[in-house]
Write a protein that binds this ligand. Structure first.
Ligand code: GLP
Length: 241
């Protein structure tokens, strides 16, 4: 595990974007696993700048996102498809048909998850998986639980995650309670994992991820078993290490 301790959000974003840009430069037809949330917004902004400056070309890149709220249409401004379009895809030369986000409108969970898993398999997993982390140590929408769930599945969100996500929705009752998420197995199949975190409220989750026991009660702790993990986090997120 390589840990970069940075000063602030801006530095975190620059460092993470340069790692992703190197991946694209080294393998122009790479498969990127992408994430949503407030953590990667700055990383995507920096990647857009690198694209506009001519350093990276997304034309042969495929992207596979971690998760999507069940029941939200892609045009809903809180859907992760909308997030990805507005924060990255609309601003770079990635082909829209090469970008994948679980289908939140498919209410048959088994079908939605099976199809997504088959799609991931067809690409042989991701070359680089970008991850944020939830306050309770969740990755994607793999919430703490009794077991690590391997494949793409429908997850009941915990109250802590629902509460954390309320800030993005107009009304509390609008926050979905279920999401489709890549499983831990699909995440761990990535050749390289890049986890980003900032702020004090991630400190406990980051400490448990790095030093705690490997347990499904802290889903990110499984990353200790991956052989190529880079964490880029600010001083506050690393304050309990
Ligand atoms: C959601 C997403 C996760 C993300 C987490 C933290 O739960 N499904 O992928 O890591 O939020 O978000 P933030 O970066 O806003 O703290």
């Amino acid at each position: 595990m390589i840990i970069y301790k940075v000063e602030n959000y801006e530095e975190m974003s620059k460092k993470a974007a340069s790692i992703i840009a190197s991946q694209i430069i080294m393998k122009p037809d790479c498969v990127l696993g992408l994430a949503t949330g407030s953590s990667p917004v700055g990383t995507y902004k920096r990647l857009i700048d690198l694209y506009k400056e001519g350093y990276v070309d997304f034309s042969r890149v495929t992207s596979i996102n971690l998760d999507e709220y069940k029941g939200l249409e892609p045009t809903n401004d809180q859907s992760y498809r909308y997030f990805m379009n507005t924060n990255l895809f609309n601003h770079v030369n990635i082909k829209k048909e090469s970008t994948f986000v679980p289908d939140g409108l498919e209410l048959d969970s088994d079908k939605a998850c099976r199809e997504y898993e088959e799609m991931i398999e067809s690409y042989g997993g991701t070359d680089l998986q970008l991850l944020g982390i939830g306050r309770n140590g969740h990755i994607g929408f793999n919430e703490p639980g009794p077991v690590f769930v391997r494949d793409t599945h429908c997850e009941d969100l915990t109250q802590s995650t629902i509460d954390a996500n309320k800030r993005f929705f107009a009304k509390d009752e609008d926050v979905p309670h279920q999401a489709y998420s890549m499983g831990i197995g699909s995440i761990m199949k990535a050749k390289k994992i890049l986890l980003i975190a900032y702020g004090k409220d991630k400190a406990e989750a980051i400490a448990k991820t790095i030093n705690g026991p490997i347990t499904p009660k802290v889903p990110a702790s499984i990353l200790q078993l991956h052989n190529d993990v880079t964490i880029v986090a600010d001083k506050e997120a690393l304050s309990m290490i």
